[in-house]
Design a protein around this ligand. Structure first.
Ligand SMILES: [Fe+2]
Length: 296
């Protein structure tokens, strides 16, 4: 054994100060439990937040109520709450923004997801895109969505007739982080068509590659608002994105809406509660965050 003298001194030191070390370990455990308890409690909450967009955001389409839920991350309890809220909100259209599962968790028992998605499709037409985590359990996720009657848009566009009888083009992209995004297959170039376009893309950072394509509003998630916010503000500590959560303008008159998401990873949040979003089109003034237009 190398340097037994040093080891003996260390053992003597710990033995002499054992009560201090036990107290420190106990305090650490207490703090850890407290943080997990508080973070877990917040992660199990669900806010329902409404964002009003002017009619010009999707010209000719409103009035329209869109429910947007994203980033469930394998959370049956949160999904039940979403269903309960949407039964009362009665949206015209429901969008799921991806990350049904957690990449590092099992997803064998899928009945809860099928049942909840079935409830949603009973409320309004429901469309979904994939999030980066979903690619780890792709077969199961696709099966859940198709069994429940949810239309998965993976680099696909559909023309949907709104309640007011106008046409809305809904375009869903594959995930940008997974290299599955193919806008050339489902988006038109600027100026080729005048149909309003609602674009679904899991990560808002994908927007930089979509500048030359024709779209009006993009719905995204992925960031979870960083899962940590500054108390009593709308500031979220998601350092990987310039759009952590909220409504942003992009390239002039385009809008990007980023949700904090319904679920969470690690099961903890701090001053950044989960949210279900209701987007009301064509009712009252818009609130948006102005951003620099240069690429970060
Ligand atoms: Fe996510």
């Amino acid at each position: 054994m190398k340097n037994p003298h040093l080891i003996r001194r260390a053992v003597d030191h710990v033995t002499r100060n054992r009560y201090r070390y036990v107290t420190l370990a106990f305090a650490f455990l207490l703090c850890k439990c407290g943080v997990e308890k508080v973070g877990g409690w917040e992660a199990s909450k669900l806010e329902c937040n409404t964002t009003n967009l002017p009619a010009e955001a999707l010209p000719g389409v409103g009035p329209l109520r869109i429910a947007f839920l994203t980033d469930l991350h394998n959370s049956p309890a949160q999904f039940n709450k979403v269903v309960e809220v949407l039964r009362h909100k009665k949206p015209d259209l429901i969008i799921f923004g991806g990350d049904l599962v957690n990449a590092d968790q099992r997803f064998r028992r899928t009945r809860w997801a099928v049942n909840s998605f079935r409830e949603l499709t009973g409320i309004a037409p429901t469309f979904a895109i994939l999030g980066n985590h979903d690619y780890e359990k792709l077969e199961q996720v696709e099966r859940v969505l198709s069994t429940a009657g949810v239309k998965l848009l993976r680099n696909e566009a559909i023309n949907w007739q709104t309640p007011s009888g106008t046409r809305l083009r809904i375009v869903g992209l594959g995930d940008w982080n997974e290299g599955d995004e193919a806008p050339q297959r489902c988006l038109l170039k600027n100026g080729e068509d005048t149909t309003p376009v609602l674009l679904l893309s899991h990560d808002p950072e994908s927007r930089w590659g979509l500048r030359d394509y024709d779209w009006d509003i993009m719905l995204s998630g992925h960031n979870h608002g960083g899962q940590i916010g500054i108390p009593f503000t709308d500031v979220y500590l998601s350092f990987r994105s310039s759009m952590p959560a909220g409504l942003y303008s992009f390239e002039g008159n385009r809008q990007v809406f980023v949700s904090r998401g319904v679920g969470s990873v690690m099961g903890m949040r701090f001053f950044c509660p989960p949210e279900l979003n209701i987007i009301e089109l064509g009712t009252s003034p818009v609130r948006r965050t102005e951003l620099p237009q240069s690429q970060p």
